[in-house]
Design a protein around this ligand. Structure first.
Ligand code: NAP
Length: 342
């Protein structure tokens, strides 16, 4: 069995150009006891992959040149030497940007296609949904009547943050790029207000949309959106720092001294709680509750989700660049192979 792989060929300077990727075909090894052969159906494209392409110090080790680009996948088992994961089963794997893979059965998690569409294991019922759930409830702790603001609000993390905030009785204000996404925040995801961060009126619109200030700012983007939000934070506001996507392709060092001192003065004088997190720290404490709550909310329609599915592994680099610019509209997936459940 051969697999087509997309590997890291060069580290990006700014946007990851085509030259950062190389496509190769390799023969997979024969299956050993306890292993499964996987056919990738969906590949998840996620912003953190940009960090792994860089050699800069971070919370996880970088990819090495020549590595298959990392990514979560939903796969179908095409051959098995592990009775607990039989041929035909659907699984969640971390096989990365390739069409097929051999994996130990203990490294995959079985999915039930009758319970939810298998693709949701990479989005609302998977890592991004869990990030929203744990970060918002553990760090943000929204209370009834409070105002929660989130950017990248039509994405899998942001859309879940806003909808969970509303389920907890808070007011949800979403920030997104462009009028089409803003309309979806109101009509599709039920946010109370939607703001376009590309509008020249953005700072004034934000002020008008939060007459009682901001109690929770779920930070997904950084950059100018963060600068507009900080002056509106209330005393004792909570800021779960989840991601800074506006800065991921940056090449110049972020100017620090003045802005940092100013920001810390805001933290001090308004008793802000600013807490960064990587979702997997909450797996033990919140994993079970997430599965129970989010499965129920998706099933009864109180949490909705949107997927943006690109066809063909060869389109992954282009789609990934788009993710870092806001070209995606919903959870970005690459359909690598046929999905017989749809
Ligand atoms: P996503 O929302 O599907 O995609 C990223 C979105 O970010 C784009 O669609 C775009 O939306 C917005 N964006 C891009 N550049 C921007 C800019 N310069 N200014 C403002 N917005 C910009 O991605 P996601 O998977 O839900 O992830 C959202 C954030 O959560 C990312 O920062 C990611 O790194 C972070 N995250 C963190 C963890 C963790 O454990 N801490 C886990 C998962 C994700 P618009 O067109 O609406 O601007």
């Amino acid at each position: 069995m051969r697999t087509t792989q997309i590997r890291l060929a060069a580290r990006p300077e700014g946007e990851p150009e085509d030259g950062c990727f190389e496509t190769v075909q390799v023969e997979l090894p024969d299956l050993r006891d306890g292993e499964v052969l996987l056919r990738v159906v969906y590949l998840s494209l996620d912003p953190y992959v940009r960090g792994r392409m860089s050699s800069a110090r971070s919370y996880a080790a970088p990819m090495e040149l020549g590595d298959v680009v990392v990514g979560g996948t939903v796969c179908q088992v095409v051959a098995s030497r592990a009775p607990e994961v039989p041929e035909g089963a659907f699984v969640l794997s971390y096989s990365g940007w390739q069409t097929h893979a051999v994996a130990p059965a203990r490294a995959v998690r079985r999915l039930d296609p009758a319970a939810a569409p298998v693709s949701t294991a990479l989005g609302v019922l998977g890592m991004p949904g869990f990030t929203a759930y744990a970060g918002l409830l553990e760090i943000g702790r929204p209370q009834p009547g409070e105002t929660v603001v989130v950017a990248a609000a039509t994405g899998p993390v942001g859309s879940a943050v806003g909808q969970i905030a509303r389920l907890k009785g808070a007011r949800a204000v979403g920030i997104a790029g462009g009028p089409v996404k803003c309309r979806a925040l109101l009509d599709e995801f039920g946010f109370d207000a939607a703001l376009d961060h590309r509008s020249p009126r953005f700072v004034a619109d934000l002020k008008a949309a939060v007459p009682n200030g901001i109690d929770v700012y779920f930070e997904n983007v950084g950059g100018p959106v963060l600068s507009a939000v900080v002056p509106r934070l209330n005393t004792y506001a909570r800021v779960p720092v989840c991601g800074l996507i506006a800065q991921y392709n940056g090449t110049a060092p972020v100017p620090t001294s003045d802005r940092l001192a100013w920001f810390l003065s805001q933290v001090l004088t308004r008793s802000l709680t600013v807490r960064g997190f990587i979702q997997d720290e909450f797996t033990r404490s919140h994993g079970r509750d997430f599965v129970r709550d989010m499965t129920g909310w998706v099933r009864d329609g109180s949490v909705r989700y949107r997927e943006d599915v690109v066809q063909g592994l060869e389109r992954a680099p282009e789609a990934f660049r788009g993710l870092l610019r806001g070209a995606n509209f919903g959870k970005l997936l690459v359909q690598v192979g046929e999905d017989p459940t749809r």
